[in-house]
Design a protein around this ligand. Structure first.
Ligand SMILES: [Zn+2]
Length: 220
């Protein structure tokens, strides 16, 4: 299976690894459950225990949204997230990324350590975020969703996709009015999650799918 369909491409090793781990994991879930295609929104809240077999539970915590115990297949999520479906989904996917991509480090800080926040922007965290994005917003269904919304709104998909990814006067409007709402609805992710997904995707010429200036404007 191709990791990323045209016109996407991922030149960064850590991101490619996260992307392929997410795809392999989705594939394995579909095979176990006998699904012909990836189900969206990806039912991670149920899949995390079966078929993924993770020891999953909630715990009272206020400093972090969740944590994974590497090497032990355990994920705990803040009980407060019970009431926030979208953050809950993203947090489970993020912690699953840690479990599948990272090995225990004897000297790693625990999430409840006061210094932990300072390392939040480290490579492991970035990779777990990329995994969450790729797992919850798989590239194939994402492209299909963008094409559907163009079709539904009767706009030419090639033009809309080109305008969205280039520095055009229409770029921010297409993301804001068409593509981001469609991604949020279809995949049950926050707007910030959808923006992260498309902002991290790279095109074959190395350019981001969503230009940084558009990303900054829409994140405000
Ligand atoms: Zn993390």
């Amino acid at each position: 299976m191709t990791l990323l369909p045209e016109p996407f491409c991922e030149p960064r090793d850590a991101d490619r690894l996260a992307e392929s781990a997410a795809l392999a994991c989705l594939d394995a879930c579909c095979q176990t459950l006998g699904l012909a295609a990836i189900q969206v929104p990806v039912p991670i809240e149920t899949w995390i225990e079966h078929p993924l077999g993770i020891d999953f539970g909630f715990e009272a915590m206020t400093d972090v949204a969740g944590y994974a115990v590497l090497g032990q297949g355990r994920i705990r999520v803040a009980d407060l997230l019970c009431h926030d479906e979208l953050r809950l989904r993203w947090t489970i996917a993020h912690e699953l990324g840690h479990l599948l991509l990272h090995k225990p480090e004897p000297n790693a800080l625990r999430p409840d350590h006061p210094e932990y926040r300072h390392v939040y922007s480290n490579d492991r965290e970035r990779q777990a975020e990329r995994f969450a994005a790729a797992f919850l917003i798989p590239i194939g269904p994402m492209v299909a969703t963008l094409l559907e919304v163009c079709n539904h709104e009767r706009v030419r998909s090639e033009e809309a996709l080109f305008s969205a990814s280039r520095d055009t006067s229409d770029s921010a409007r297409i993301w804001n009015d068409l593509f981001l709402p469609a991604i949020c609805n279809r995949f049950r992710v926050t707007r910030a999650g959808a923006i992260f997904r498309v902002g991290e995707l790279r095109l074959e010429d190395g350019a981001p799918f969503m230009l940084p200036k558009v990303l900054v404007a829409l994140s405000a």
